[in-house]
Design a binder for this molecule. Structure first.
Ligand code: SER
Length: 624
């Protein structure tokens, strides 16, 4: 059975049972408390709590979907038979049955009838055994969070807590009976950690689950399907729930949320040893000219995630989703480098991913994915070699030392840990992440301290902006400052050097070395040069490179400033490596800048004066 047939079978099966087919939502959810969509239920959260009306939005109380999902929690497991970052989840959902109610009515009323445990388990059983022709090896049910204090929750009141404060949820006898009635005999009772779906993000619907397992070709049990009984609302995160730091409140209406990993189901259906040998993966994996199976699998997994993240609008950066994407890309690039794999093979890999998935996800843009990957590759390859050299010099890998390697050379944690081998045996992700957080908090604290915590958005010393509007203005003035330095060097003398710069939302102020007052004619020439370049709407681009290389490249830099080992070089005008003419300006800089000079408006010098002997100061403003 192909994945296309399985997809169709699943959607048809539930559509016939009164479910509306809903397309996958983006990998980037609306919910700001989560980075990625990790499950099919993410887009349906408000329907369980009553904030949204499923009848109005879907014409049914039940939906079915195949959801693109992304989980980074399993990233260290990738390379085994069944774990992934990006995957797809088949799911059926039901919103709105009052506690203790049951589904009534024939097929014509199915859309208006939600369901709970009995139907959810029966549907799943029927789909796996009848439709797929597979055998369920065992199932799990919830054993209760506290067997001594169990009480049935009553509508609206917070669930009783044990003396330790843990929410008490009773054992799921009902599911056990339903499974028995279907002839499943291997029923295992599990606890909160395994069979209780916690909320996604910092709050949400949740409840006990029952899981279905099937055997793989090696005879091991693989979890295929998770059926969640959404009976509660949790006011905290899953972590808080597991550490007894939050309480559960019964939901007004019970709901069903199920999730079945498509890739795992395909593996069982296609009788392969691992997901990577299925037709969803093997055409990609077989393109990778590396011996090591684990690394082949990691590159395959990461390439799929990269393709789908870019398609949903993520771009590599040092923050949030962009930081994850960057790490995935850099891991692939590093393996490529270490295993002497020509990375242009990634073009074929992305083309293959496109071939497999574009009939389902029409928005997959092969060229865009390749372009973004190549961009990151170009940036990272410059520092990777020095990073690897630096890494080899470290005697013991602790979190703060390795974080410095990440910060200076961009080497992702996964690579540092792996290449460190014995030397990195005490390094763990948690400590590394703590170091990352500490660093982010320090830079934030620095800004807040300086400005008394009045919400200053940006303070680089040179640029100050208190809100989004000001940020826009100082960004324009910042690019104008680069253009000013370049113009001064053209009009006055090539030896003009920056002596200081200060930008507020009102004006730029630029100090430079020059022995005398500028004439009115010279001021006019400088203004004209800049305004002509603005009119041409020149592109403003940047490249990251090691400091030494940047300084040697002829780009301007401010000698009084301390630069990090890897810097950005901003270019206004055509990039000298891609065009014959010299650019308008090239400078080492942290940004931010406009993307095109046309955004700047009109440039006007309002004052030229002396600061001290041999140092002049220009103030300039922008007009719309
Ligand atoms: N939300 C549950 C899961 O992701 C079932 O869909 O496992």
């Amino acid at each position: 059975m192909t994945h296309t047939e399985i997809r169709k079978k699943f959607l048809d099966f539930f559509e016939k049972k009164g479910h509306t087919i809903v397309p996958s939502s983006s990998l980037l959810p609306d919910d700001p408390s989560v980075l990625f969509t990790t499950a099919g239920m993410q887009q349906f959260k408000p329907y369980y709590t009553g904030e949204a009306d499923p009848m109005k939005d879907f014409g049914s109380l039940n939906t079915v979907s195949i959801q693109k999902s992304m989980r980074t929690s399993d990233i260290d497991e990738i390379g085994d038979e069944s774990h992934l970052t990006f995957f797809e989840m088949l799911g059926n959902f039901s919103f709105g049955l009052k506690p203790n109610g049951s589904a009534k009515g024939g097929p014509s009323t199915l859309f208006k009838t939600s369901y709970f445990k009995k139907e959810a388990i029966e549907y799943a059983h029927k789909f796996i055994t009848n439709e797929m022709g597979l055998t369920i090896s065992h199932v799990s049910v919830f054993k209760g969070s506290s067997s001594t204090h169990s009480t049935k929750p009553q509508g609206g009141e917070p669930v009783e807590s044990t003396s330790s404060g843990q929410a008490t949820v009773p054992k799921d006898e009902e599911s056990k009976k339903i499974w028995q009635s279907l002839g499943v005999s291997d029923i295992r009772e599990e606890g909160m950690e395994d069979v209780f779906w916690g909320p996604t993000g910092n709050s949400g619907p949740c409840g006990p689950t029952t899981e279905i397992y099937c055997k793989n070709t090696q005879g091991q049990d693989v979890e295929i399907w998770n059926i969640v009984f959404n009976e509660f609302f949790c006011n905290g995160s899953r972590e808080q729930l597991l550490s007894n730091k939050t309480k559960l409140t019964p939901l007004e209406k019970n709901g069903i949320d199920t999730g079945m990993g498509l890739e795992r189901l395909v593996m069982i259906a296609q009788n392969t040893k691992s997901i990577f040998e299925t037709a969803l993966f093997s055409p990609i994996l077989n393109l990778i000219p590396i011996e090591d199976t684990r690394i082949k699998r990691i590159i395959t997994d990461h390439s799929r995630a990269i393709a789908f993240l870019i398609t949903d609008g993520v771009r590599p950066s040092n923050k949030e989703q962009g930081y994850i994407l960057r790490r995935l890309m850099r891991r692939v690039i590093t393996y490529g480098q270490i295993h002497k794999m020509d990375l242009t093979i990634m073009h074929d890999i992305f083309a293959k991913i496109h071939e497999i998935y574009s009939p389902i996800y029409h928005d997959l843009d092969r060229n865009l994915i390749i372009h973004e990957f190549d961009n990151e590759k170009e940036k990272f390859e410059k520092t990777l070699k020095s990073g690897l050299k630096e890494l080899a010099k470290i005697p013991v890998f602790d979190a703060s030392g390795t974080f410095k390697i990440y910060e200076s050379f961009g080497l992702p944690y996964e690579i540092i840990k792996e290449l460190g081998g014995e030397k990195a045996k005490n390094l763990n992700r948690e400590d590394f992440d703590k170091e990352f957080k500490k660093h982010q908090e320090l830079s934030r604290a620095g800004i807040e301290k300086k400005f008394g915590g009045h919400g200053l958005l940006l303070d680089t010393g040179e640029l100050k902006a208190a809100d989004e509007q000001e940020l826009k203005t100082v960004t324009k003035l910042h690019t104008a400052t680069h253009m000013l330095q370049a113009a001064l060097r053209k009009v006055l003398d090539g030896e003009v050097k920056q002596a200081g710069s200060d930008i507020t939302a009102e004006r730029l102020r630029f100090d430079f070395t020059f022995p005398r007052k500028m004439t009115n004619e010279e001021i006019k020439q400088v203004e004209d040069l800049i305004n002509e370049a603005i009119k041409k709407d020149l592109p403003v681009t940047f490249k990251e490179m090691p400091l030494e290389e940047a300084q040697k490249s002829g780009a301007l830099f401010f000698s009084k400033q301390k630069y990090p080992p890897v810097v950005k070089v901003y270019t206004v005008g055509p990039d000298p490596s891609t065009s014959s003419g010299p650019p308008f300006s090239r400078e080492l800089c942290g940004g931010p800048h406009v993307t095109h000079t046309g955004e700047i408006g009109q440039f006007k010098i309002i004052r030229e004066e002396a600061v001290s002997s041999g140092i002049r100061r220009v103030r300039a403003i922008l007009k719309e």
